[in-house]
Design a protein around this ligand. Structure first.
Ligand code: PLP
Length: 293
Protein backbone atom coordinates (compact mmCIF):
# COMPACT_ATOMS: atom_id res chain seq x y z
CA UNK A 1 0.00 0.00 0.00
CA UNK A 2 1.28 3.47 -0.89
CA UNK A 3 0.79 5.78 2.08
CA UNK A 4 1.70 9.44 2.29
CA UNK A 5 2.58 10.49 5.82
CA UNK A 6 2.44 13.95 7.39
CA UNK A 7 3.78 14.52 10.90
CA UNK A 8 2.15 17.23 13.00
CA UNK A 9 4.73 19.60 14.40
CA UNK A 10 4.06 22.75 16.46
CA UNK A 11 6.99 24.47 14.74
CA UNK A 12 5.43 23.77 11.30
CA UNK A 13 1.66 24.29 11.64
CA UNK A 14 1.06 23.18 8.04
CA UNK A 15 2.53 19.73 8.89
CA UNK A 16 5.73 18.05 7.73
CA UNK A 17 5.73 15.51 4.90
CA UNK A 18 7.66 12.43 6.02
CA UNK A 19 10.18 10.82 3.71
CA UNK A 20 8.87 7.26 3.26
CA UNK A 21 12.49 6.02 3.08
CA UNK A 22 13.32 7.29 6.58
CA UNK A 23 12.21 5.35 9.70
CA UNK A 24 9.63 7.38 11.59
CA UNK A 25 8.43 5.48 14.68
CA UNK A 26 10.87 4.80 17.51
CA UNK A 27 11.05 1.20 18.75
CA UNK A 28 9.96 2.30 22.25
CA UNK A 29 6.96 4.33 21.05
CA UNK A 30 4.13 3.39 23.41
CA UNK A 31 1.60 3.57 20.60
CA UNK A 32 3.55 0.62 19.18
CA UNK A 33 4.54 -1.25 22.35
CA UNK A 34 1.31 -0.78 24.33
CA UNK A 35 -1.33 0.28 21.81
CA UNK A 36 -1.42 3.46 23.88
CA UNK A 37 -2.92 6.12 21.65
CA UNK A 38 -6.09 7.11 19.84
CA UNK A 39 -6.97 7.38 16.18
CA UNK A 40 -9.58 8.20 13.56
CA UNK A 41 -10.14 6.87 10.03
CA UNK A 42 -11.69 9.33 7.60
CA UNK A 43 -12.71 9.02 3.97
CA UNK A 44 -11.68 11.55 1.34
CA UNK A 45 -13.31 11.71 -2.07
CA UNK A 46 -11.85 13.66 -4.99
CA UNK A 47 -9.31 15.18 -2.61
CA UNK A 48 -11.87 16.41 -0.06
CA UNK A 49 -12.06 14.89 3.40
CA UNK A 50 -15.54 14.07 4.74
CA UNK A 51 -17.15 14.72 8.13
CA UNK A 52 -13.96 16.40 9.33
CA UNK A 53 -15.57 18.25 12.25
CA UNK A 54 -17.25 15.16 13.72
CA UNK A 55 -14.07 13.10 13.42
CA UNK A 56 -12.08 15.87 15.11
CA UNK A 57 -14.71 16.02 17.85
CA UNK A 58 -14.52 12.25 18.44
CA UNK A 59 -10.69 12.31 18.33
CA UNK A 60 -10.78 15.05 20.95
CA UNK A 61 -13.18 13.01 23.14
CA UNK A 62 -10.96 9.90 22.83
CA UNK A 63 -7.82 11.94 23.55
CA UNK A 64 -9.45 13.60 26.57
CA UNK A 65 -10.33 10.20 28.06
CA UNK A 66 -6.82 8.89 27.41
CA UNK A 67 -5.25 12.13 28.68
CA UNK A 68 -3.51 12.79 25.39
CA UNK A 69 -3.11 16.15 23.64
CA UNK A 70 -5.10 16.61 20.47
CA UNK A 71 -4.11 18.72 17.45
CA UNK A 72 -6.34 21.72 16.82
CA UNK A 73 -8.91 21.36 14.06
CA UNK A 74 -6.94 23.83 11.95
CA UNK A 75 -3.58 22.04 12.39
CA UNK A 76 -5.17 18.70 11.64
CA UNK A 77 -7.02 19.92 8.58
CA UNK A 78 -3.82 21.43 7.17
CA UNK A 79 -1.94 18.16 7.72
CA UNK A 80 -4.73 16.15 6.08
CA UNK A 81 -4.81 18.51 3.10
CA UNK A 82 -1.03 18.35 2.73
CA UNK A 83 -1.21 14.55 2.77
CA UNK A 84 -4.02 14.47 0.22
CA UNK A 85 -2.15 16.89 -2.05
CA UNK A 86 0.84 14.49 -2.17
CA UNK A 87 -1.03 11.18 -2.10
CA UNK A 88 -0.96 8.49 -4.77
CA UNK A 89 -4.08 8.52 -7.00
CA UNK A 90 -7.23 7.51 -5.11
CA UNK A 91 -8.98 4.19 -5.62
CA UNK A 92 -11.96 4.31 -7.95
CA UNK A 93 -14.99 2.20 -7.13
CA UNK A 94 -17.40 4.36 -9.13
CA UNK A 95 -17.96 7.08 -6.52
CA UNK A 96 -14.92 9.26 -7.27
CA UNK A 97 -11.24 9.00 -6.31
CA UNK A 98 -11.21 7.71 -2.73
CA UNK A 99 -8.54 7.82 -0.03
CA UNK A 100 -8.56 6.67 3.55
CA UNK A 101 -7.03 9.15 5.98
CA UNK A 102 -5.78 7.78 9.26
CA UNK A 103 -5.03 10.21 12.07
CA UNK A 104 -3.06 8.87 15.03
CA UNK A 105 -2.16 10.44 18.38
CA UNK A 106 0.39 8.18 20.07
CA UNK A 107 1.71 8.33 23.63
CA UNK A 108 5.15 8.41 21.98
CA UNK A 109 8.37 7.56 23.78
CA UNK A 110 8.77 8.23 27.50
CA UNK A 111 11.38 10.92 26.65
CA UNK A 112 9.75 12.73 23.74
CA UNK A 113 6.08 12.30 24.74
CA UNK A 114 2.95 12.29 22.58
CA UNK A 115 2.95 13.05 18.89
CA UNK A 116 0.56 12.82 15.95
CA UNK A 117 0.62 11.88 12.31
CA UNK A 118 -1.68 11.51 9.34
CA UNK A 119 -1.39 8.67 6.79
CA UNK A 120 -3.25 8.94 3.47
CA UNK A 121 -3.73 5.80 1.33
CA UNK A 122 -5.83 4.94 -1.73
CA UNK A 123 -8.95 2.94 -0.80
CA UNK A 124 -8.24 -0.66 -1.89
CA UNK A 125 -10.29 -2.68 -4.38
CA UNK A 126 -11.28 -5.09 -1.57
CA UNK A 127 -13.39 -2.29 -0.01
CA UNK A 128 -15.17 -1.63 -3.30
CA UNK A 129 -15.80 -5.37 -3.73
CA UNK A 130 -17.41 -5.56 -0.26
CA UNK A 131 -19.67 -2.63 -1.11
CA UNK A 132 -20.75 -4.41 -4.32
CA UNK A 133 -20.95 -8.00 -3.10
CA UNK A 134 -21.68 -7.64 0.61
CA UNK A 135 -20.21 -9.75 3.40
CA UNK A 136 -21.05 -12.73 5.57
CA UNK A 137 -20.81 -12.20 9.34
CA UNK A 138 -20.79 -14.23 12.53
CA UNK A 139 -21.97 -13.13 15.96
CA UNK A 140 -19.19 -13.38 18.54
CA UNK A 141 -19.68 -12.77 22.29
CA UNK A 142 -17.74 -9.72 23.55
CA UNK A 143 -17.40 -11.49 26.92
CA UNK A 144 -18.90 -8.66 28.96
CA UNK A 145 -21.38 -5.86 28.47
CA UNK A 146 -19.35 -2.73 27.57
CA UNK A 147 -22.23 -0.61 28.92
CA UNK A 148 -20.86 -1.59 32.34
CA UNK A 149 -17.57 0.19 31.55
CA UNK A 150 -19.34 3.53 31.32
CA UNK A 151 -18.63 4.74 34.87
CA UNK A 152 -14.91 3.88 34.75
CA UNK A 153 -12.85 6.39 32.76
CA UNK A 154 -9.70 4.21 32.98
CA UNK A 155 -11.54 1.65 30.83
CA UNK A 156 -11.73 4.38 28.15
CA UNK A 157 -15.40 3.67 27.35
CA UNK A 158 -16.32 4.71 23.82
CA UNK A 159 -12.78 5.92 23.01
CA UNK A 160 -11.26 4.93 19.67
CA UNK A 161 -7.93 3.68 20.95
CA UNK A 162 -5.08 2.01 19.08
CA UNK A 163 -5.74 -1.18 21.10
CA UNK A 164 -7.50 -3.09 18.31
CA UNK A 165 -5.83 -6.48 18.93
CA UNK A 166 -9.15 -7.95 20.15
CA UNK A 167 -11.05 -6.57 17.16
CA UNK A 168 -8.46 -8.03 14.77
CA UNK A 169 -8.53 -11.38 16.61
CA UNK A 170 -12.34 -11.42 16.24
CA UNK A 171 -11.95 -10.85 12.50
CA UNK A 172 -9.42 -13.69 12.24
CA UNK A 173 -11.77 -15.93 14.22
CA UNK A 174 -14.65 -14.99 11.90
CA UNK A 175 -12.48 -15.88 8.91
CA UNK A 176 -11.51 -19.21 10.46
CA UNK A 177 -15.27 -19.91 10.55
CA UNK A 178 -15.57 -19.04 6.86
CA UNK A 179 -17.14 -15.60 7.40
CA UNK A 180 -15.88 -12.17 6.37
CA UNK A 181 -16.83 -10.14 9.44
CA UNK A 182 -17.52 -10.37 13.17
CA UNK A 183 -20.36 -8.70 15.05
CA UNK A 184 -19.93 -8.51 18.83
CA UNK A 185 -22.76 -9.37 21.21
CA UNK A 186 -23.19 -8.69 24.95
CA UNK A 187 -24.12 -11.43 27.43
CA UNK A 188 -27.79 -12.21 26.71
CA UNK A 189 -27.21 -11.75 22.99
CA UNK A 190 -27.70 -7.99 22.58
CA UNK A 191 -26.03 -6.86 19.36
CA UNK A 192 -23.20 -4.35 19.91
CA UNK A 193 -21.09 -3.44 16.85
CA UNK A 194 -18.92 -4.91 14.11
CA UNK A 195 -15.20 -5.44 14.76
CA UNK A 196 -14.51 -2.21 12.87
CA UNK A 197 -18.00 -0.95 12.04
CA UNK A 198 -21.46 -0.03 13.36
CA UNK A 199 -24.51 -2.21 12.68
CA UNK A 200 -27.58 -0.68 11.04
CA UNK A 201 -30.71 -2.56 9.96
CA UNK A 202 -33.84 -1.57 8.05
CA UNK A 203 -37.46 -2.69 8.39
CA UNK A 204 -40.05 -1.71 5.82
CA UNK A 205 -43.50 -2.69 7.02
CA UNK A 206 -46.88 -1.47 5.77
CA UNK A 207 -45.30 1.65 4.32
CA UNK A 208 -43.39 2.50 7.53
CA UNK A 209 -39.62 2.59 6.96
CA UNK A 210 -37.49 2.16 10.09
CA UNK A 211 -33.74 2.13 10.68
CA UNK A 212 -32.41 0.64 13.91
CA UNK A 213 -28.91 0.62 15.38
CA UNK A 214 -27.62 -0.46 18.81
CA UNK A 215 -27.68 2.35 21.39
CA UNK A 216 -24.43 4.26 20.64
CA UNK A 217 -23.91 5.45 24.21
CA UNK A 218 -23.84 1.93 25.68
CA UNK A 219 -20.09 1.34 25.63
CA UNK A 220 -19.71 0.96 21.87
CA UNK A 221 -18.03 3.41 19.55
CA UNK A 222 -20.47 6.19 18.56
CA UNK A 223 -20.22 5.78 14.77
CA UNK A 224 -20.03 8.92 12.65
CA UNK A 225 -21.35 7.04 9.60
CA UNK A 226 -24.35 5.67 11.49
CA UNK A 227 -25.09 9.19 12.77
CA UNK A 228 -24.88 10.64 9.24
CA UNK A 229 -27.18 7.91 7.91
CA UNK A 230 -29.69 8.55 10.68
CA UNK A 231 -29.65 12.34 10.08
CA UNK A 232 -30.40 11.80 6.38
CA UNK A 233 -33.02 9.13 7.09
CA UNK A 234 -34.79 11.45 9.55
CA UNK A 235 -34.93 14.17 6.88
CA UNK A 236 -36.31 11.57 4.47
CA UNK A 237 -39.16 10.64 6.84
CA UNK A 238 -37.80 7.35 8.23
CA UNK A 239 -38.56 6.18 11.77
CA UNK A 240 -35.38 5.69 13.83
CA UNK A 241 -34.62 3.28 16.66
CA UNK A 242 -31.62 3.00 18.98
CA UNK A 243 -31.74 -0.62 20.07
CA UNK A 244 -31.79 -2.84 21.90
CA UNK A 245 -31.21 -5.20 18.99
CA UNK A 246 -31.14 -8.98 19.33
CA UNK A 247 -29.85 -11.38 16.68
CA UNK A 248 -33.50 -12.27 15.93
CA UNK A 249 -34.07 -8.61 14.96
CA UNK A 250 -31.21 -8.80 12.44
CA UNK A 251 -32.62 -12.06 11.04
CA UNK A 252 -36.07 -10.45 10.68
CA UNK A 253 -34.74 -7.23 9.08
CA UNK A 254 -35.25 -6.33 5.42
CA UNK A 255 -31.58 -5.29 5.19
CA UNK A 256 -28.56 -5.22 7.49
CA UNK A 257 -25.40 -3.21 6.85
CA UNK A 258 -22.01 -2.79 8.46
CA UNK A 259 -21.24 0.89 8.18
CA UNK A 260 -18.07 2.89 8.72
CA UNK A 261 -16.38 5.93 7.28
CA UNK A 262 -14.28 4.33 4.56
CA UNK A 263 -16.39 1.24 3.76
CA UNK A 264 -19.65 3.29 3.71
CA UNK A 265 -22.55 0.77 3.84
CA UNK A 266 -21.72 -2.89 3.21
CA UNK A 267 -24.72 -5.26 3.08
CA UNK A 268 -24.59 -8.37 5.26
CA UNK A 269 -25.92 -11.28 3.16
CA UNK A 270 -25.41 -14.04 5.74
CA UNK A 271 -25.46 -14.04 9.55
CA UNK A 272 -24.09 -17.22 11.13
CA UNK A 273 -25.88 -19.97 9.16
CA UNK A 274 -28.78 -17.77 8.03
CA UNK A 275 -29.08 -15.99 4.69
CA UNK A 276 -30.18 -12.35 5.03
CA UNK A 277 -32.13 -10.41 2.42
CA UNK A 278 -30.10 -7.88 0.45
CA UNK A 279 -31.86 -4.88 -1.06
CA UNK A 280 -29.62 -3.17 -3.64
CA UNK A 281 -31.99 -0.22 -3.93
CA UNK A 282 -31.91 0.43 -0.16
CA UNK A 283 -28.13 -0.01 -0.14
CA UNK A 284 -27.85 2.59 -2.92
CA UNK A 285 -30.04 4.99 -0.94
CA UNK A 286 -28.05 4.56 2.29
CA UNK A 287 -24.76 4.80 0.38
CA UNK A 288 -25.88 8.02 -1.31
CA UNK A 289 -26.60 9.50 2.12
CA UNK A 290 -22.99 8.99 3.21
CA UNK A 291 -20.96 8.99 -0.02
CA UNK A 292 -21.11 12.78 -0.41
CA UNK A 293 -21.62 13.73 3.27
N1 PLP B 1 -17.27 0.64 15.65
C1 PLP B 1 -15.96 0.29 15.59
C2 PLP B 1 -15.41 -0.69 16.59
C3 PLP B 1 -15.11 0.86 14.62
O1 PLP B 1 -13.81 0.52 14.60
C4 PLP B 1 -15.66 1.77 13.67
C5 PLP B 1 -14.83 2.38 12.65
O2 PLP B 1 -13.67 2.15 12.53
C6 PLP B 1 -17.01 2.09 13.76
C7 PLP B 1 -17.79 1.51 14.77
C8 PLP B 1 -17.65 3.05 12.77
O3 PLP B 1 -17.20 4.34 13.01
P1 PLP B 1 -17.28 5.47 11.89
O4 PLP B 1 -18.59 5.33 11.23
O5 PLP B 1 -17.16 6.72 12.65
O6 PLP B 1 -16.14 5.23 10.95
Amino acid sequence: MTSTVVVLDAAHPEGVLADPAVPLVRIDDQGLTRGDGVFESLRAVDGRVQKFAVHHRRLSASARLAQLPVPSAQELRQAVELGLAHAAPGGDGGLGAEHSVKVVVSRGTPEAGPWSWVAVSPVPESTFRQRREGVSAVLLPRGHDPAQDAGYPWLLPGAKTLSYAINMAALRHARSLGADEAIFTAPGGRVLEGATSSVVCARVHEGVRTLVTPEPSHGILPGTTQATIFDAARRDGWELGHGPLQSADLLAADAVWLVSSVRLAVPVHRLDAHPLPVDPELTRLVTDWVARA
